[in-house]
Design a protein around this ligand. Structure first.
Ligand SMILES: [Zn+2]
Ligand SMILES: [Zn+2]
Length: 266
């Protein structure tokens, strides 16, 4: 069994063919998926799916990108309240993204800090998005005590595509490292060398669907069933059977998000 630790099947074209997406997951032994919220406006759709399907869970949070005038000020208490639902297992995705906006905008950093505080207040881990902002992301995680070493609840660096020192800093705080279809791209040689060094008990796999289709499906809309491609690539990189990758990444997912494994398979 495989687990997709980060997808957005409540959004866009995937939302329109949700039942087919779920059938494709089952046909490819993808047992669980985490439906990640990008703003409070899409949270009800993610939660509705998690309430309907036993093996789907959701997060609550606001992506670093949307402009403050689109999402308003983020209220920590409201976040904590929404996160108290038993099918909500994490806060995010949150973090910093300097690709689309100017670096170090106060609103983006404040919004990130608020969500780390919410994670500490509700006892649920963080789903971290970082793009061209890795050093600042790590610095704020440290300052706000997000790591297990500081009494925080850790989390995952989703769609990891940074350097080994950044991976080490995240691992030192007790965070997990999640690899997406980016790992399968011909140009991702450096990333594959990094993946080789990440301990097996700290790796997650994800699709980030509908975006970032793995190499075998490039040009098509990504979906959770394709997470198997990421597992296969990781198996090649680490020189071990894909069944071992599947087992460890699933166990890691259940441990990090406090989800009971009700599939009873190895
Ligand atoms: Zn992201
Ligand atoms: Zn995402």
């Amino acid at each position: 069994m495989y687990v997709d630790s980060h997808c957005h099947i409540h959004l866009r074209e995937l939302a329109k063919r949700q039942d087919e997406v779920l059938r494709n997951m089952a046909a490819n032994q993808v047992s669980h998926a985490l439906c990640v919220t990008i703003s409070l406006a899409d949270f009800p759709a993610a939660l509705a799916l998690a309430e309907r399907i036993d093996t789907i869970h959701s997060t609550v949070g606001v992506h670093p990108n949307p402009d403050p005038k689109d999402v308003g000020e983020l209220d920590m208490e409201k976040l904590v309240e929404l996160a108290s639902h038993p099918k909500v297992v994490a806060i995010g995705e949150t973090g910093l993204d300097y690709y689309r906006v100017k670096p170090r905008q106060k609103w983006q950093m404040d919004r990130f800090r608020t969500q780390i505080r919410a994670s500490r207040a509700c006892g649920k881990p963080l789903v971290i998005h970082t793009r061209q902002a890795a050093e600042d992301t790590i610095k704020i995680l440290q300052e706000e005590g997000a790591g297990l070493d500081k009494g925080g609840f850790g989390g995952v660096m989703h769609c990891f595509s940074e350097t080994m020192p950044i991976a080490r800093a995240a691992l030192d705080m007790g965070f997990y490292i999640s690899f997406s279809g980016v790992l399968t791209y011909p140009a991702s040689k450096d990333l594959r060398s990094i993946a080789r060094l990440i301990p097996l008990d700290r790796i997650l796999i994800e699709t980030d669907s509908p975006w970032l289709s793995p190499q075998a499906f490039r040009g098509k809309t990504n979906e959770p069933a394709y997470v198997v491609e990421v597992a296969k690539q990781l198996a090649m990189v680490k020189g071990m059977p894909v069944s071992r990758i599947a087992r460890h990444t699933s166990e890691n997912y259940f441990r990090l998000f406090g989800i009971a494994d009700n599939t009873h398979s190895s």
